[in-house]
Design a protein around this ligand. Structure first.
Ligand code: PLP
Length: 334
């Protein structure tokens, strides 16, 4: 294994299933679509952060930490999975969430509470400042904090997605597929994207690793992912380096911005649910699927091509009222 020399705490249910999506493929009338079920990584709702946390928790424990500190948006899936991983490893979790405490704890915020995490709301202060202050406070209190960056996206976390590509490589023959022309997935803090790009290169996959940007312009995202992929290669003693031009991304589906669910996301959520019984989320996978569907309709893929859609999780956010109320009333055009 490419990551064999890194410490790893096994907390995910692996391998996640690789499945064909015949009804969705037929409905969209384009390429053959498959799915990698990283929403089924097993820990408190699952998702892509669990793969990263296997390496991050091990690094924290090796450093003697007793508390994991991280941060994100109020409905952060990363924070919820960090809280679950901490519980599992016998560590404390302190989550720095942006904004003011809502009246009701719904979706991921409810789960954060059930998982025993301490939540620090930033109010109007900058999240970076509150993260730094929280680490200092935890240090002074003797809690031995370990800071996990947003999205778990550093070289240690991204290594989880290098390992994921190796996992996928072992699933191809049993599934009866030779490979995929495209990997499509939601990309934001970049760790998933960097790990997949590096893993695909190291294993010589003939695949276009195409991240659908959730919140960043193309240039910002490709720069970020290239830098992280190069740093991850260094950590894994691999002789690869990446420039922004080596990273494939599409930033045409940003809609009204981060965490704002529009009609394309609602349509994608309904299509995956109705055709395949698979729940996407309103912020990440809904947007990535909307991007994939948009690209299929634009004719970006040819009909003989095969896509693997990495389901990165997030369905807990469906139950936050800003999404659930509008989704309940949304219907597909017939
Ligand atoms: C965090 C997240 C992503 C984005 O992954 P990054 O590695 O941060 O780019 C995608 N989907 C879901 C559901 C997430 O929670």
């Amino acid at each position: 294994m490419l990551t064999a020399h890194l410490p790893r705490t096994p907390i995910a249910h692996l391998p996640t299933p690789l499945e064909a999506l015949p009804r969705l493929s037929e409905r969209l009338g384009g390429p053959e679509i498959w799915i990698k079920r990283d929403d089924q990584t097993g820990l408190a709702g699952g998702g892509n952060k669990t793969r990263k946390l296997e390496y991050l928790v091990a690094a924290a424990q090796q450093a003697g930490a007793r508390t994991l500190v991280t941060g994100g948006a109020p409905q952060s899936n990363h924070c919820r999975q960090t809280a679950a991983a901490a519980a599992r490893a016998g560590l404390r979790a302190v989550l720095v969430l942006g904004g003011h405490a809502p009246n009701a704890a719904t979706g991921n915020i409810l789960l954060d509470r059930l998982l025993g995490a301490e939540i620090v709301w930033t109010g109007d202060a900058a999240r970076d400042d509150v993260m730094a202050a929280t680490v200092e406070r935890e240090k002074s209190a003797g809690h031995q904090p370990y800071l996990i960056p947003y999205g778990g996206s550093n070289p240690i976390g991204a290594s989880g997605y290098v390992a994921a590509v190796e996992e996928l490589a072992g699933q191809l023959e049993p599934a009866g597929v030779s490979g995929f022309d495209y990997m499509v997935f939601a990309s934001s803090s970049g760790g998933t994207h960097a790990g997949l790009a590096l893993g695909a290169r190291a294993l010589d996959f003939q695949t276009s690793v195409l991240g659908i940007s959730v919140d960043e312009p193309h240039a910002v995202l490709t720069e970020r992912v290239a830098r992280l992929a190069t740093q991850t290669a260094e950590l894994l003693n691999l002789e690869y380096s990446f420039a922004a031009d080596d990273i494939r991304a599409n930033a045409d589906y940003l809609g009204e911005g981060y965490s704002i669910m529009g009609a394309p996301e609602m349509e994608a959520i309904r299509l995956f649910s109705e055709c395949e019984g698979i729940l996407l989320d309103p912020v990440y996978t809904g947007r990535a699927a909307a991007g994939m569907i948009g690209l299929i309709r634009e004719g970006a893929f040819s009909s003989g091509e095969r896509i693997i859609f990495w389901h990165t999780g997030g369905a807990a956010a469906l139950f936050a009222p800003q999404y659930s109320e509008r989704l309940a009333d949304f219907n597909l055009a017939s």
